[in-house]
Design a binder for this molecule. Structure first.
Ligand code: PAF
Length: 283
């Protein structure tokens, strides 16, 4: 695997790959890679000639009181994991390279409406930071395919809309969430859970499943189901920010005839804020 540490090196590599007619599969990450990320890489490898992963802890998507400095940075372990999969390229730029005039002074891209809901309420500016960096990375890497995890369901919906609105020539693929045995969605933020919390944090997914089961059995009182789930989470020691039953496409409240649903949640459990979702169809 070749690690590209500068924008010039990345651009030269992309130019050569394009000249050779190679298709490029791209996996943008913030590092601290786990099995979930590795399955994104494997998906990119299945669809393209070469795979490029980026690791960049993007300051623009962290709020003033968030964990930018504490975000785990584990380059060597990440490189080993990527090498074991025969990843072709790693792009590892510094914040100065990505934002030479400062992050606050950078042109931004913002998907309206979707960026202001759910995680966007408690993390104002977060999704604007995500779409700005993903847009910038897409311009640099010019991927044929880019792969994202379905754990960040709202992020995925926002990126799909940005790509559609701008006619970006990239196909977005998504991969199912990887989970620990107890159902806890794999995330770099799980690193902030104690071993004991990690054992019990699977309750978040169990609650998603239980609400899904009740909907599948015919319960359409979505507001009551949301309220009940929030109470259960509080009793289990979570501090839920939201637990919402929504339509998969626009992430709005479903009408009783809507069949494609997603349940989205974010909850503090000890230090970290955990996000998760479950999507399904009803007949
Ligand atoms: O999902 C992430 O890790 C980040 O939001 C992304 C897409 C790499 C942009 O920084």
């Amino acid at each position: 695997m070749q690690t590209l540490n500068s924008i010039t090196a990345l651009q030269a590599t992309i130019k050569n790959l394009k000249a050779e007619g190679k298709t490029i599969g791209f996996v943008p990450t913030m590092g601290n890679l786990h099995q979930g990320h590795l399955s994104l890489v494997e998906t990119a490898q299945k669809h393209c000639d070469v795979t490029l992963v980026s690791i960049f802890v993007n300051p623009l998507q962290f709020g003033a009181n968030e964990d930018l400095d504490k975000y785990p940075r584990t380059l060597e372990q990440d490189q080993t994991k990527l090498q074991s999969l025969n990843t072709d390229y790693l792009f590892f730029p510094s914040p100065q390279m990505m934002y030479p005039e400062g992050a606050d002074n950078h042109t931004f891209v913002e998907v309206p409406f979707l960026s202001q809901l759910y995680c966007g309420i408690d993390r104002p500016g977060h999704f604007r930071g995500v779409t700005t960096i993903v847009n910038k990375l897409f311009h640099l890497v010019q991927p044929d395919v880019a792969v994202f995890g379905r754990k960040d369901f709202q992020q995925l919906a926002i990126i799909q809309k940005m790509v559609k609105d701008f006619y970006m020539p990239v196909k977005i693929l998504s991969v199912e969430t990887h989970r620990e045995k107890n159902g806890l969605a794999m995330s770099s933020r799980n690193h902030f859970l104690t071993a004991e919390q990690k054992d019990s944090a699977g309750f978040l997914y169990q609650q998603l499943q239980s609400t899904k089961d009740q909907i599948i059995q015919g319960n359409k009182d979505y507001l009551a189901l949301e309220e009940q789930a929030i109470n259960n989470l509080k009793q289990a020691g979570f501090k839920p920010e939201y637990f919402n039953i929504r339509t998969q496409k626009r992430l709005v409240s479903p009408t009783p005839t809507e069949t494609k649903l997603v349940i989205l949640t974010a909850s503090y459990y000890g230090k970290p804020r955990l996000i998760d979702n479950i999507s399904f169809e009803i007949s």
